[in-house]
Write a protein that binds this ligand. Structure first.
Ligand SMILES: O=C(O)CCC(=O)C(=O)O
Ligand SMILES: [Fe+2]
Length: 330
């Protein structure tokens, strides 16, 4: 079972006083930050546009939880319809074919189960696992090279912001523009200083200003980027994290042919198997130094959004419905 809320819905709830307006703003701002991180990490030379954003919480169902093998979110790809029996993914409507990149920002970790997994196209062979942690982001190309799903949540509630991005401005999320206008009318940005800085300077991945560090620490999060299955170059402060990551992000299999080694500024494609993640940190770093030192993500050099396939479309999968069907829910 899950419940979701879009940015616009969150802002409206904030306006009504049902939730603190600053929480709605945080939702907005933090997703902007994720967008910038992806652009930087994948070395994109064109901007990403939000195509859909929602905050989703999944709860354990009231059933026997032992030895559960089912998934809270079936294995799928975000811009094509996965036909696992054929090892195919059909990039045609009703799939959201305009999605080029996806990101999931985890908001809590006090639940059991709910691990994020990447699989092969067979939807069975697990290639990597990510343990959700507050402030951690997993970012990936939205296409057939990244089938993924969520293991059953067996205890508690798992909340995450799911974001999909497009390179095509035609498909940008109109609701988000409305939400931005409302936020502009109702309050000043929590991290205005940071956002201005980011816009005026080309952002380096993980370059945190004190304002950003404070912002993230308020939410127990902190940005760190690296491939999940290739250790990124790390600065001296990163040891504790890398130790933790060993246990929490488990690449099951390394696909060296799809793994990237290129510089962060290389042109990237949605088909890139490299992942981005944000790991939580205990406290804000005043100088933002360690953030900077870790910004050597591995990305594929010749990356471009995968070519459109002309295969007959299948019915919309449950997971696709999941992704965008709950606009009205809280
Ligand atoms: O919640 C997650 O970790 C993944 C969600 C997802 O893949 C989706 O909504 O398309
Ligand atoms: Fe997905």
């Amino acid at each position: 079972m899950f419940q979701g809320v879009t940015v616009l819905k969150a802002v409206k709830l904030g306006q009504e006083g049902a939730v603190p307006l600053k929480s709605a703003r945080l939702f907005f701002d933090v997703s902007e930050r994720v967008k910038m991180t992806l652009e930087s990490y994948f070395g994109l030379d064109a901007p990403l546009y939000f195509s859909y954003s929602h905050l989703v919480c999944r709860s354990a169902i009231a059933e026997k939880q032992e030895e559960r093998e089912d998934l809270s979110h079936a294995v799928h790809a975000d811009n094509c319809l996965l036909v696992s029996e054929l090892n195919e993914c059909v990039k045609e409507p009703p799939a959201y074919t305009h999605r080029d990149f996806s990101a999931i920002l985890y908001l809590n970790d006090d639940f059991e189960g709910g691990d994020f997994i990447f699989t092969e196209l067979d939807a069975k062979t697990v290639t990597a696992e990510v343990r959700p942690q507050c402030g951690r982001v997993v970012g990936f190309g939205a296409g057939k090279e990244n089938p993924h799903g969520v293991r059953a949540v067996t205890k508690g509630q798992r909340c995450a912001v799911a974001l999909w991005f497009t390179l095509d401005p035609v498909h940008q999320e109109k609701e988000r523009i409305q939400a931005e206008e409302m936020l502009r009318m109702f309050s000043t940005p929590v991290n205005a200083e940071f956002m201005q800085k980011e816009v005026s300077e080309t952002p380096e991945p993980q370059q945190a200003t004190p304002a950003l560090a404070a912002q993230f620490s308020a939410d127990q999060g902190f940005v760190e980027t690296k491939s999940d299955d290739k250790p990124a170059e790390k600065g001296p402060d990163a040891a504790a994290d890398s130790e933790r990551d060993k246990t929490e992000t488990k690449p099951v299999k390394t696909k060296t042919d799809t793994k990237a080694k290129a510089a962060p500024k290389a042109k990237a494609k949605a088909g890139d198997k490299a992942k981005t993640k944000t790991a939580s940190k205990p406290a804000a770093k005043k100088d933002g130094k360690q953030v900077k030192t870790q910004a050597k993500p591995a990305v594929k050099k010749d990356a471009k959004p995968a070519a459109k396939k002309t295969v007959k479309a299948a019915a919309k999968t449950d997971s696709e419905k999941d992704s965008e069907s709950d606009k009205q829910e809280l």
